[in-house]
Design a protein around this ligand. Structure first.
Ligand SMILES: Cc1cc2nc3c(=O)[nH]c(=O)nc-3n(C[C@H](O)[C@H](O)[C@H](O)COP(=O)(O)OP(=O)(O)OC[C@H]3O[C@@H](n4cnc5c(N)ncnc54)[C@H](O)[C@@H]3O)c2cc1C
Ligand code: SF4
Ligand code: SF4
Length: 1021
């Protein structure tokens, strides 16, 4: 039986989707079976509210935002029920994620072809609800074209199977000419209504005259009455043989008609292996619209557009920087044209002609073409798919907003439509970002608007109204794939006329007379500029709590440095902090499961719970820091009166339980720092907020102890045998763990006999090198220095052996633990000390090289924003020359100073698990590159995300199980499998540069992982 969650955490987490809207729902439920949904229907009627079916929650038009009960089916309705290879169909529950379905279908050589950009987290139920499609819609069409059958629950609780029925079959069920009779049965009335419309010439003509151009492939505006009744008024067939499939109207109905519990879809054979994309560079946008028409003549499988703004934004995103390799010069737009074929030669031949047609014409439509083959194609599509997310990373209050982002007209009309559109924007004084599915005439147009200002809000409405008129002029569709939701519903009447709109209202009334399903979407919507995420002239509740708007990080610097046209910057530090939170637009990349890969977001991956996704964290931060206790989440719910009492006794919003909950489940792994397309950096936000919270209510003992750990170890080292005895003898060790709330299953790290600093100093004194390849400053981070001095020593020996001079300069600890625990006052001191001590020493010629990724990368990632603004540029310079061991080695390989000849060629199998901060900021490619020095090494990168330990997270009592569960998702099984399949002759080593990762691997699998440096050291000649 389901629980109705009416607590503020759930209600806030589900108050938004990927749209500009926000409305706090009454509650949230996670039904487990159809009976639960039937109960929920009853409950919603008793409470006089409605149900909002929700899957991945990535809708852009506010489809899953509302005042009712949000019913999240992604948690339990996520099973693939049947795959029929011969007949090419699959039956699945609506919460199955598209990419996961396609992973399961791959061995059968099949796939579900509508390909939304959000494929790694959107669910087929959501795709059905919105009639989604994607970049290959030119070939594969939209979801509506592929749903054969579905099972759903109507507003009266009855279960129905919707599929193709002939009139004869329906008559067998409801009686001869049943549509001429009266009925009380909802399902009979539904069929009756559509049959009556189909058999009425005038209604058919009305629909034909007012729906979009028949040749337009993308049409997700309003209810698809036209396609549903198409065969019913097919006069060439006898009446009883004509068919109707209600899946046609359910597709794109946005959860307003029925609750779907199963979907049967047809499948396509996997596309031919041989593919190529041509990235055609245009120097004006208008040329790209014309170039598209030329490209279409060559039968491409897709043509997509990216404009200059998107390309600019991709420069700022760590993940996408790697995917810009094909860009030549500074194009106004790039057309990505995909060609498919049986052989590369055949595709090349078409490409030759196509490029010629694009470049050698009177208008010079294209100035350069890059051809991309094989696995690099994925990178191009990844950049294109990230487009919408990247847009929201624009810094400041003005954003490329989703308001007219989904218009479609037939491609031939696109140049004229776009010319009119540009004039309209000019008149409104707006700039726009253009991208997406140009081959089908669909462009994602995002004008840059600040809806926090009255004038911006006015333009938000005006641009929508004027665009609707333009689209109508060109017989297009106001929505090509994203649907209407609460954004476009208001304009359906204008687009289709009063009579067709009246039909749509009648349709909704017929299906849902009891007002059970997703009210105020598509028809009877609220004004499109109501219930927006941001209020005009919004104040922040946190303003009252932060003295003089003081923040610990310098949030504003990044805004001042953002050079993107239209970016409005930040007024002060507090504003910059809030804008950094608001950067999350709910696109939901943080809902990827472990099957999809990546790091983001381990907490969600392990629980599948929306409240553990990064999105929920930003939602809660935004809501509480903006609206404070005044949020409806705290005040509206009649059923939760006890909250009012709780709130009254609380002084600060920073003490809110919801804030504590969402920050507590974050591992500070930085997965979001690179993988979130909007650059939400929760690790940093978390530590900032935690420090303010400590300022109000004091720091918990554990956070204090962990952040001062290195100092404790420094003193402990003086009496290291006693320290180690206390740390490892069960009674004392358990007592310590109990006091600081660590899990008794974990071991407290013990200290090395001699510190790394001392050991390296001794070694350097002994060493007399014949060569001098340059000086390297080693960073004796607090973990290696005290706990793993041998590792530090071996690195020094390796460098000395290779002919480098090595020195450990005077420096403070990195402050990593303090940053993770939110002790920013302390972290700032370390950062300042390190920058002052090292800024004049460290340079490109004499870099600072580190062993522990999280420590050395603090120099680059955090220090510039932790030190006073006056020395920010010096900190940045230091950060550029503070290198992780692998970055240094690869740099030296490139300079010819380190060669494979320096290493033995003995065979070794290496299984590499990268540290999550390393993955987020530099990637694991450089470690793999460094291992290429070993001619006999076979390197496998484990497709793991975060190991689950994440500093002290996995040590903490309440997180111990979660930590192991994260390890069990990919990392532990991969290691066990690697060890089990080793041939027993070749050494098989697990490499992990992170100290906590090595501990986690040991605790989870019993296998001792080593730092990559150890392997290089063992293999050096
Ligand atoms: C960055 C970004 C890129 C996008 N790119 C594309 C794109 O390329 N193509 C595209 O088509 N869309 C795109 N979208 C929009 C969105 O991702 C898709 O529409 C997606 O298919 C929605 O799936 P979801 O699982 O998130 O559904 P949700 O947003 O949760 O729901 C979608 C609709 O389906 C209804 N629904 C869900 N489950 C049920 C059910 N069981 N019964 C009845 N109704 C149900 C909901 O009520 C809602 O109206 C994009 C969105 C973002 C943020
Ligand atoms: S945190 Fe990032 S990935 Fe997650 S929803 Fe927000 S913008 Fe998207
Ligand atoms: S830092 Fe890691 S755990 Fe925290 S929100 Fe980002 S991805 Fe999730």
């Amino acid at each position: 039986m389901y629980t109705l969650h009416t607590d503020p955490l759930h209600r806030i987490a589900y108050a938004t989707d990927a749209s500009a809207y926000r409305e706090v729902p009454l509650g949230v439920a996670y039904p487990e079976n159809e009976q639960d949904i039937i109960y929920l229907i009853q409950e919603s009627r008793q409470r006089n509210t409605h149900l909002i079916p929700r899957a991945g929650g990535t809708s852009i038009a506010g489809q899953v935002v509302g005042s009712g009960i949000v019913v999240d089916i992604s948690k339990h309705f996520n099973k693939i029920l049947e795959i029929n290879k011969e007949e090419r169909w699959a039956r699945a529950q609506p919460g199955v994620v598209l990419d996961e379905l396609n992973l399961a279908l791959k061995p059968y050589g099949l796939f579900f072809s509508p390909e939304t950009s959000t494929s790694n987290r959107c669910c087929i139920g959501g795709m059905f609800g919105n009639n989604s499609c994607g970049l290959h819609s030119l070939v594969y069409g939209s979801t509506r074209d592929h749903v054969l059958e579905c099972r759903g629950i109507l507003c009266d609780g009855s279960i129905e199977v919707f599929k193709t029925y002939t009139i004869k079959e329906l008559e067998d069920r409801f009686g001869h000419r049943f549509w001429e009779a009266e009925s009380n049965s909802i399902i009979q009335l539904i069929y009756t209504q559509l049959i009556r419309w189909a058999l009425d010439e005038e209604t058919v003509r009305l629909i034909e005259d007012n729906y979009p151009d028949k040749n337009l492939r993308r049409r997700s505006c309003g209810y698809a009455i036209d396609e549903t009744i198409e065969d019913l008024h097919n006069a060439s067939k006898p009446l009883e043989e004509r068919t109707i499939n209600l899946c046609k109207v359910l597709a794109g109905s946005e959860g307003t008609l029925a609750f779907i519990t199963e979907i049967k879809v047809d499948l396509n054979p996997l596309p031919p292996k041989e593919k190529m994309v041509i990235c055609a560079h245009c120097d004006t946008l208008q040329k790209s619209f014309l170039g598209n028409l030329v490209a279409l003549k060559f039968h491409p499988s897709a043509v997509e557009l990216m404009d200059r703004n998107i390309l600019e934004l991709s420069k700022q995103n760590v993940e996408q920087q790697k995917n810009r390799f094909f860009v030549q010069g500074n194009p106004a737009a790039i057309l990505i044209i995909e060609l498919q074929g049986e052989t590369r030669e055949a595709i090349d031949a078409v490409a030759e002609q196509l490029e010629k047609a694009l470049i050698e014409n009177d208008e010079h439509l294209v100035y350069a073409c890059s051809r991309v083959y094989g696995s690099d194609i994925v990178k191009v599509w990844s950049l294109r798919k990230a487009g919408l997310g990247l847009l929201t990373s624009m810094k400041g209050d003005a954003k490329p907003i989703g308001v007219i982002e989904d218009t479609a007209v037939i491609p031939e009309k696109l140049p004229a439509y776009m010319a009119d559109f540009a004039k309209m924007l000019d008149n409104l004084g707006l700039n726009c970002v253009y991208h997406a599915h140009i081959s089908t005439g669909e462009l994602h147009l995002r004008p840059i608007i600040n809806i926090k200002e009255a004038e911006g809000k006015r333009k938000f409405r005006e641009v929508a109204r004027q665009t609707a008129l333009l689209v109508k002029k060109y017989k297009g569709s106001l929505s090509g794939e994203h649907g209407d939701g609460r954004l476009r519903g208001e304009f359906i009447q204008l687009m289709y006329g009063n009579e067709v709109y009246a039909l749509m209202k009648d349709l909704k009334r017929c299906w849902d007379p009891l007002h059970v399903f997703n009210m105020h979407k598509i028809v009877d919507t609220l004004p499109m500029d109501s219930m927006l995420r941001f209020d005009v002239n919004q104040r922040y509740a946190i303003e009252k709590e932060l003295s003089e708007g003081k923040t610990y990080y310098n949030w504003k610097a990044a805004f001042d440095e953002c050079k993107i046209e239209g970016a409005t910057g930040a007024k002060n530090q507090l504003h910059a902090l809030m804008c950094s939170i608001e950067q999350c637009y709910g696109a939901g990349d943080c809902r990827k499961s472990n099957l999809i890969g990546g790091t983001l977001c381990p907490a969600f991956k392990v629980s599948g719970d929306e409240t553990h996704a990064t999105r929920a964290r930003t939602n809660v931060l935004r809501e509480i820091l903006t609206r404070g206790w005044g949020s409806e989440a705290f005040t509206v719910a009649k059923c939760e009166t006890q909250f009012a009492t709780k709130i009254a006794t609380k002084k600060s919003i920073l003490q809110s339980e919801e804030l504590a909950d969402v920050l507590d489940s974050c591992l500070a792994c930085k997965g979001c720092r690179s993988e979130c397309p909007s650059n939400v950096d929760m690790t940093r936000l978390r530590s900032e907020i935690l420090q303010h919270k400590y300022d109000v209510s004091g720091m918990p003992l554990r956070s204090f102890a962990v952040s001062w750990m290195a100092t404790v170890e420094r003193f402990g080292h003086i009496v290291w045998p006693i320290y180690n005895g206390f740390a490892s003898w069960n009674p004392t060790s358990n007592l310590i763990k109990k006091i600081i709330k660590f899990s008794t299953e974990r071991d407290i790290p013990t200290l090395s006999r001699v510190t790394m600093r001392k050991a390296v100093k001794r070694e350097c004194r002994k060493h007399h090198s014949m060569t001098n390849k340059g000086k390297v400053y080693l960073f004796a981070d607090e973990f290696t220095n005290f706990q793993e001095a041998e590792l530090g020593l071996n690195f020094a020996k390796l460098l000395l052996h290779l002919g480098y001079k090595v020195e450990i300069p005077k420096h403070a600890e990195s402050g990593r633990a303090a940053i993770s625990k939110g002790n920013l006052k302390l972290a700032k001191k370390f950062a300042l000390k390190n920058v002052n001590q090292l800024k004049d020493k460290v340079s490109e010629l004499t870099p600072l090289v580190g062993i522990e990724p999280s420590c050395i990368l603090s120099f680059r990632d955090e220090y510039p924003d932790l030190v006073p603004a006056e020395i920010r540029s010096q900190a940045q310079h230091l950060g550029c020359n503070a290198l992780l061991f692998d970055e240094f080695i690869v740099r030296e390989i490139a300079a010819g100073r380190i060669k494979p000849d320096d290493f033995k060629t003995d065979a070794v199998e290496i299984w590499l698990h990268g540290h999550c901060h390393q993955k987020a900021l530099v990637g694991t490619e450089k470690t793999v590159e460094a291992f290429k020095l070993l001619a006999g090494a076979k390197v496998h990168v484990i497709p793991s995300g975060c190991c689950g330990m994440a500093g002290s997270f996995g040590y903490e009592k309440e997180h111990y199980q979660t930590s192991l569960a994260i390890g069990e998702m990919v990392l532990f099984p991969s290691i066990r499998k690697a060890i089990a399949t080793t041939d027993g002759i070749t050494p098989c080593l697990v490499a992990a540069p992170g100290t906590s990762c090595r501990q986690q691997i040991l605790d989870g699998t019993g296998i001792h992982a080593v730092h990559p440096i150890e392997i290089l050291y063992r293999w050096v000649k």
